[in-house]
Ligand binder design. Structure first.
Ligand SMILES: [Zn+2]
Length: 371
């Protein structure tokens, strides 16, 4: 038999393989649409797709019609479309009742006395009314054909300890848990915990030392997430979430997220290194911790916080305006991928400068070996 054709076919296949494009999955958190027309959205999404973005976590309020319209355009541009709607922070709206809001350790409600910031109107995750409200909110959006899935955010308690890089901004030293930032001490949470453990948490001198009380609250978040996962999966849609880094080193400790127990389809840890006064190597450490905790059960996308004005970062006092410089972006992507991330997620494409995009384009087409 003449072996030449076989050899030629083999060489052809080898050359095809060499030309398979390497591309890491890239998602992005994005808000909109404001006053943008369909044509403007189409151009915006086409531009993001060309730059290497594969999917959006899209924030556009609560109106299903808006998600239907924007989702159609995003999917026509070849983007995955996940709706990004906060879960446990709810601004005043007619559906909300004051008694549904979370209460801190000194009896103040997040309804009228939110901690830290005006938007910190956290609701209690331990109420049937909240389950019903969120089922309806997310259920009707998951029913939209143009929506690939639901992206949860603020699916947590308020920060009982703020990230180290934010202490100066809020004029706080958070060397331990303080009761004014510790939630939820509403009547239902206190009585449910008493019924479960026999402990009256309001009579305890230092609740931060009661391990059962911590676990009770991790479980409140986990139970709610897993319930919502059933709601969304029953509609054959995906559900994923923005989470704090960890889970064990940070997320559990400061916002009571034990997210390795959540039955969702993908995890987006906000590995915002500047908030923790850390560098790019830390981003890799956080990815490794996350994928290890998940035991590679589900994909993890490394959330990267981009500096919108690199020239001013050094003189900028507000950490919200810090973030990765163009010259740090390649290392941030490399650290994420070498430590097990499935891909990355940008906060946000609108913060990316031209220099960022140049680095990004190169970095997302490189091959990374798992450490
Ligand atoms: Zn409560």
């Amino acid at each position: 038999m003449n072996k030449l054709p076989v050899i030629l076919i083999f060489l052809f296949l080898v050359s095809c393989k060499a030309h398979v494009e390497i591309k890491i999955p890239c998602h992005a958190w994005l808000g909109g649409p404001g006053q943008a027309t369909d044509a403007e959205l189409k151009a915006q999404f086409a531009d993001l797709k060309i730059k290497g973005v594969d999917g959006l976590m899209y924030s556009a309020g609560r109106d299903p019609e808006v998600y239907k319209r924007v989702g159609k355009i995003a999917r026509e541009a070849g983007l995955k479309f996940y709706t990004w709607i906060p879960t446990l922070t709810q601004n005043y709206n007619p559906d909300m009742k004051p008694e549904w809001y979370a209460v801190n350790g000194i009896g103040e409600s997040a309804y009228d006395r939110p901690a830290y910031a005006d938007h910190y109107h956290f609701i209690c995750p331990n109420r049937q009314e909240i389950y019903d409200y969120l089922d309806e909110l997310y259920g009707q959006i998951a029913d939209i054909p143009e929506v690939d899935g639901i992206h949860l955010d603020f699916i947590r308690f308020p920060d009982v300890i703020l990230a180290r890089g934010l202490w100066k901004k809020y004029g706080l030293v958070m060397d331990r848990e303080y009761p004014q930032f510790d939630y939820c001490y509403c009547d239902k949470c206190v009585s449910d915990f008493k019924a479960k453990t026999g402990i009256d948490i309001k009579a305890v001198q230092d609740p931060s030392q009661v391990e059962e009380w911590k676990q009770f609250r991790y479980d409140l978040i986990t139970n709610l997430v897993n319930h919502l996962a059933e709601t969304i999966h029953a509609r054959n849609k995906e559900i994923n979430a923005a989470v704090f880094p960890g889970p064990n080193s940070i997320a559990r400790k400061i916002v009571r997220q034990e997210w390795d127990k959540w039955n969702i389809d993908a995890f987006y840890p906000m590995n915002y290194n500047d908030f923790y006064l850390e560098g790019t190597k830390w981003i890799g450490d956080m990815c490794r911790e996350g994928v290890t905790a998940l035991n590679n059960r589900k994909p993890l996308y490394s959330g990267l916080f981009i500096c919108p004005d690199p020239g001013k970062r050094a003189s900028e006092p507000d950490p919200e305006n810090h973030g990765l410089l163009p010259e740090e972006l390649e290392a941030a992507i490399r650290e994420s991928m070498e430590n097990g991330a499935k891909g990355i997620c940008l906060f946000t494409p609108e913060r990316m400068t031209g220099d960022h995009w140049v680095v990004f384009k190169k970095a997302i087409h490189m091959s990374y070996a798992r450490k």
